[in-house]
Design a protein around this ligand. Structure first.
Ligand code: FES
Length: 110
């Protein structure tokens, strides 16, 4: 059985984060938003890089696998963290590797 390493921080059990839901965690001084989109989990920096809104409270577009910040509408691609609504192509939120071990969700925080 695979076990969590020191760099993996537990988010919650799989059944506590159902498709379309998101959750905010604090791990090793980082604010991380964890999202379930169609049964797949994604994690990005939770503080919007525009003005600091909590992205886990944004609108999740499950079809596009994106979250829209609920303050001013910046849109982030969850797999890559890329801000797809920004005119520049190099604006990204940080992303984290998510793993499921024994029905528990973990985020890799280095
Ligand atoms: S704070 Fe997120 S778009 Fe402004």
């Amino acid at each position: 059985m695979e076990t969590a390493s020191d760099s993996q921080v537990k988010v919650c059990n799989v059944n506590e984060l159902t498709p379309g839901q998101s959750k905010h965690i604090k791990a090793k001084d980082k604010d991380i938003g964890v999202f379930n989109v169609g049964g797949k989990f994604y994690a990005i920096d939770n503080m919007c890089i525009h003005a600091g809104a909590p992205l886990n409270e944004g609108f999740i577009n499950e079809e596009k696998c994106q979250v829209a910040c609920n303050w001013h509408g910046w849109i982030f691609d969850l797999p890559t963290g890329k801000c797809v609504s920004h005119p520049r192509q190099d604006v990204f939120a940080g992303t984290y590797v998510v793993k499921v071990l024994n029905d528990e969700i973990f985020v890799e925080v280095g």
